[in-house]
Design a protein around this ligand. Structure first.
Ligand code: F0G
Length: 405
């Protein structure tokens, strides 16, 4: 098991704390896949409890006693018949990552990332965040007894996420700037050796998140979806899920691969713009803006990995408006009983748009990944809802209301 640059191929020891290659390229963790193939089978995986650590042969952890876990993963894969019917789809699923311990998919990355910090003997961890990463890191570092500092874009983090980061005991710093600026600052602290960086530039984070791909196959009884639709911000998750599918194929667990489809918000869509230009490089968005604050990111660090996932899988990238996001968020709640935060609803909004555009075929088996729980952003939900009716304690009035629902 090594760290390897995706650009120049240079290899680094698994315990080197470097984040990026000396050439500036992103790193990824590479395993001996023949060895994994000999060790695992569909049957042997099934003998373990579902969750991130079911797939431990595929994870970069050597000392299992050091694992820092809150029982992340094992989230539901819902068959969505009502929404599917509404959209004329044969087989639609939602992988609901909001069911993780802190309410987002970030927990999958943090169980691995904080375990790595534990293995390395590091005491101080940190990240920049639009909210969920900070909530998750704050929880896992609390569990591991580590100090934690999080940098947030002031005034742009949903209430639930801010409450979590503060309550788990992290040092919360709000900057007068956006996520991209916060990340730049915290990266400098990491370069100076002041903290261990747990943003998705850290390849160990993505190793945990790739288990979303593993679990989808597992829960579909080893069938592979035709398409995975994922909201994209810093572009780590779509890259991680793609790596998961590729590794399952490489080790003989599955035979096919899905089309990776990334959705961004209209006000923060550098990857969509690159895709539409058929380019492998992005032009950063200076002042990203969207109701989906989780993906309010103008300069996604993992864009080379994400664009590679999209191009090599034959996938697609599209953007959706704030209004489309809110409508999709409501539709999912009202048709399926699944309450997700705005960024997560971008995957459903993207599905609807791509169906209309004729990019997605109605016969496809589709999995939308909903990345965060709706309770994370109560303000957005309340703003998008009808106000409750207020009445006196009067049975006649109440009866007249029930007759009209
Ligand atoms: N959905 C939610 C709910 C998120 O919180 C994020 C990212 C994404 C999607 C996008 O994932 O960055 O891997 O492309 N949130 C980060 C954070 C940036 O700080 O919580 P990505």
């Amino acid at each position: 098991m090594i760290q390897k640059c995706i650009f120049c191929g240079k290899e680094y020891h698994i315990d080197d704390i470097i984040y990026t290659c000396r050439c500036g390229g992103l790193l990824e963790i590479v395993y001996d896949y023949e060895e994994i193939k000999d060790k695992v089978s569909k049957e042997s995986l099934r003998k373990r409890e579902i969750g991130v650590w079911r797939y431990l042969e595929y994870l970069p952890v050597e000392n299992l006693e050091k694992i820092v876990s809150l029982q992340e993963g094992g989230t539901p894969l819902y068959r969505c018949k009502n929404l599917g019917e509404e959209l004329g789809l044969k087989e639609l699923y939602v992988k609901n990552e909001g069911a993780n311990p802190t309410g987002s998919f970030k927990d999958r990355g943090m169980t691995v990332g904080v375990t790595k910090a534990e293995e390395l003997g590091i005491d101080v961890v940190g990240c920049a965040s639009t909210g969920n990463t900070s909530a998750s890191l704050a929880a896992y570092s609390a569990r591991a007894g580590k100090k934690c500092i999080v940098l947030l874009p002031g005034g742009k983090v949903a209430l639930g996420k801010l409450a979590q980061a503060m309550f788990y005991g992290a040092k919360v710093v709000q900057i007068r700037g956006n996520f991209d600026e916060a990340l730049e600052m915290v990266r400098k602290l990491a370069e100076d050796g002041k903290l261990y960086l747990l943003n998705s530039i850290n390849p160990f984070r993505l190793e945990g998140q790739k288990t979303i791909g593993f679990e989808i196959c597992d829960q579909l009884n080893w069938k592979v979806p035709d398409r995975i639709i994922v909201p994209v911000g810093n572009a780590g998750n779509i890259s991680a899920i793609w790596k998961g599918f590729k590794e399952f194929k490489e080790t003989g667990i599955i035979e096919d691969l899905p089309k990776m489809t990334g959705i961004q918000a209209e006000g923060a869509k550098p990857i969509v713009d690159a895709f539409k230009r058929n380019s492998r490089s992005i032009v950063p968005v200076e002042n990203p803006e969207t109701i989906a604050t989780a993906i309010r990111i103008g300069n996604p660090v993992n864009y080379p990995k994400a664009l590679d996932a999209i191009y090599s899988s034959g996938g697609y990238a599209e953007s959706v408006s704030d209004r489309e996001i809110t409508e999709a968020q409501k539709l999912l709640a009202r048709k399926e009983g699944i309450f997700v935060e705005p960024a997560s609803a971008a995957s459903i909004a993207g599905l609807m748009k791509l169906l209309e555009m004729g990019i997605i075929d109605k016969d496809e088996r589709i999995v939308c990944v909903t990345t965060g729980n709706g309770l994370k952003d109560p303000d957005a939900a309340i703003r998008a809802s009808e106000r409750p009716i207020e009445i006196e304690c009067d049975m006649e009035i109440l009866k007249s209301i029930i007759e009209k629902i």
